[in-house]
Write a protein that binds this ligand. Structure first.
Ligand code: BGC
Length: 262
């Protein structure tokens, strides 16, 4: 990477409805300029998504603040990602399972790519720049969205692929009861949702005795509606990076992986 822009890396956040990208200033943990978004193609197969990822990267690279053309790109994806390979497809096209995403995306982009689970990326960003900054011990970042994502952080380091949204609680896959989408689908109010979250978080707390819970996902903007109703030993606070956590965390993970930062 050239020295000029060595503290900026492109991050791309792949979601079910949109593929969003931004140029990330890794010193500040913030986007430089606006994010750029393209609808997720349907069906969202690996090849179709790779093309859109390339389109987003191309747009970002036309900007004056773009990083050097040989810098890596960080990409987030909502599935288990082990050494680049997707091992699950809870809310994405089943054709992803077994696909090496690092290879598919780097072939399309012609540059190094590191793919990371979406919640892990958000967790990493919160731990480095946001609500978990300088917190010692175990921090669990739980994202409430279409599913429930989770990031396990210990002393600022990510332990990847904790899939705590799929804990089985009372005979249910937890995310089918306590995700933000489950609340909308079941048409329940905040009080009833808080009861579901209480059941979920008290179980996770019992299993891991974390030092801090951070709540991410779009619903964290409404955390006043449900966080005060939860009765836990562990401090529980909303995420700070909001919509940009995935992009920032994806870029950070790529920079860590390719040795551009610790
Ligand atoms: C997936 C996780 C993902 C989470 C949030 C879950 O259904 O299994 O890998 O992080 O949804 O998107």
């Amino acid at each position: 990477m050239s020295k000029k822009h060595s503290s900026t890396v492109i991050g791309i956040d792949i979601g079910g409805t949109g593929i969003k990208g931004g140029i990330v200033d890794l010193e500040k943990g913030k986007l430089l300029g606006e994010r750029f978004r393209v609808d997720t193609p349907q069906p969202a197969t690996p090849q179709a998504v790779a093309k859109v990822v390339a389109q987003v990267v191309d747009e970002l690279m036309t900007r004056p603040e773009a990083p050097s053309a040989d810098s890596p790109v960080g990409v987030t994806f909502p599935a288990i990602i082990s050494h680049g390979v997707a091992l699950s497809a809870a809310n994405v096209d089943p054709s992803w399972v077994g696909t090496n995403l690092d290879e598919v995306f780097s072939a399309e982009l012609g540059r190094e790519v590191e793919v990371v689970n979406d919640a892990d990326a958000a967790g990493l960003a919160e731990a480095r720049y946001g609500a978990g900054k300088d917190v010692k011990g175990t921090v669990l970042v739980i994202t409430l969205g279409t599913g429930i994502g989770s990031a396990f952080i210990f002393n600022g380091k990510l332990i990847p692929n904790a899939e705590l949204g799929h804990l089985e609680i009372d005979g249910f896959d937890a995310e089918t009861r306590a995700s933000a989408v489950a609340r909308e689908r079941d048409g329940i109010g905040w009080d009833e949702y808080a009861v579901r979250l209480q059941r979920y978080f008290s179980h996770v707390e019992f299993l891991f005795s974390p030092d801090l819970f951070i709540i991410g996902g779009g619903i964290s903007k409404r955390s006043d509606e449900f966080l005060p109703q939860l009765d836990l030993r562990t401090k529980i606070i909303p995420a700070k990076l909001k919509n940009d956590a995935g992009i920032v965390g994806g870029a950070l993970e790529a920079a860590i992986h390719f040795g551009h930062t610790k």
